[in-house]
Write a protein that binds this ligand. Structure first.
Ligand code: GRF
Length: 208
């Protein structure tokens, strides 16, 4: 399968998916990287690996950013099958969601539907989890719809929130799980191991 990854930051999830793809544990290739921050670590890594980088959307910092319809056309040119959001902080335009039904997934660093939505990104998520007194947190991978963090949940992992945790410590514990969970889910996606329950909930089938 042919994968597009979207990043805004360091891109550690992108790196681990790339590594798994090179190692052959994901039967897919990252053919294009999309970013709203050309200078971010993720974009830097893509250039090092010879993966084409597309700026999106157009902003003051990214005057060369492509319009949504051109982005869809570009992904089609690259014959992209799946879009993986990995720390991409902008809303996905409806044009793209319509063009790739059931094919766009995101990773979020809390157990959705808790601590999700527009204001919840980066350290804010982990600070809110700690402030709430919740004893568990962990990453969620979900399909993407027109809103932030509301699409169908596909996979989750649980980690403890320890009494003395700082947001940074909790973030690191969650991020470690993100890397292996994302690789597992993308491997399933590339092997067509996602089944849709009648009520619309997606399930991952294990390998026989
Ligand atoms: C991760 O915590 C992810 O859940 C969130 O943004 C962070 C991205 O980290 N959406 P990285 O850029 O993959 O290192």
């Amino acid at each position: 399968k042919r994968l597009a990854v979207f990043v805004s930051g360091g891109g550690s999830n992108f790196r681990s998916i790339h590594e798994a793809s090179i190692a052959g544990s994901i039967l897919g290739d990252i053919v294009v990287l999309v970013t709203n921050k050309r200078g971010c670590g993720g974009a830097e890594f893509a250039r090092e690996k010879g993966i084409p980088v597309i700026p999106f959307p157009k902003t003051k910092d990214e005057p060369d950013g492509v319009p949504p319809t051109d982005l869809v056309a570009t992904l089609r040119e690259f014959e992209v099958d799946f879009v993986l959001l990995a720390g991409y902080l902008k809303l996905i335009p409806v044009e793209l969601i319509r063009a790739y039904p059931k094919s766009i997934i995101n990773i979020h660093p809390s157990l959705l539907p808790a601590f999700g939505g527009k204001g919840y990104y980066g350290m804010k998520v982990h600070k809110a989890v700690i402030a709430s007194g919740a004893r568990f947190s962990g990453p969620t991978i979900h399909f993407v719809d027109e809103h932030y963090d509301t699409g169908r949940i596909l996979a989750q992992r649980v980690v403890p929130v320890l009494p003395e945790d700082t947001a940074e410590e909790l973030a690191a514990r969650v991020l470690r799980e993100e890397h292996s969970l994302y690789v597992e889910v993308v491997a399933a996606l590339c092997e067509d191991r996602i089944m849709w329950r009648q009520d619309g909930v997606p399930l991952i089938c294990s390998k026989e």
